[in-house]
Ligand binder design. Structure first.
Ligand code: 5GP
Ligand code: ZN
Length: 119
């Protein structure tokens, strides 16, 4: 699995940086966001270092399908399946992507309101 020494999320995968890990899907990992934006805010990543949704090549799309599928199980375990939740991924500068390792945000635990496109 390709990883990057300087990537925060790769360092969470290797255990160099600690995180509150909720689910290990083998090729995916889910952990609590360090700065939660909702009562439930979970980050889900593929263990392979892919920079963003736009950085996928070859069979990477299969991994994205697996990530989204695992996310539904994680949401169920977090108790937000029935109430509903939002899954988003930021890509690049204008989306405010901070960590250049493909990830999804799972947000829920309260009504999230309309999707805000501006701060
Ligand atoms: P982005 O803005 O790139 O879509 O999201 C990156 C997310 O990673 C942010 O919500 C941020 O709070 C979270 N994050 C950044 N560094 C860490 C960390 O060291 N541990 C955890 N658990 N989350 C982090
Ligand atoms: Zn990485």
């Amino acid at each position: 699995m390709e990883q990057s020494d300087t990537c925060i999320f790769c360092n969470i995968i290797s255990g160099t940086i600690s995180a509150d890990i909720l689910f290990d899907g083998g090729d995916t990992l889910f952990f609590k966001d360090i700065h939660p934006q909702a009562p439930v805010h979970i980050v889900g990543i593929p263990k392979q270092h892919i920079t963003s949704l736009d950085g996928m090549v070859g069979d990477d799309h299969l991994l994205m399908g697996k990530l989204l599928h695992d996310a539904t199980h994680v949401a169920r375990d977090a108790g937000i399946m029935k109430s509903g939740y939002r899954v988003i991924t930021n890509i690049g500068l204008h989306a405010g992507q901070e960590i250049p390792h493909l990830h999804i945000h799972i947000l829920g635990g309260e009504p999230l309101g309309p999707l805000r496109c501006k701060a």
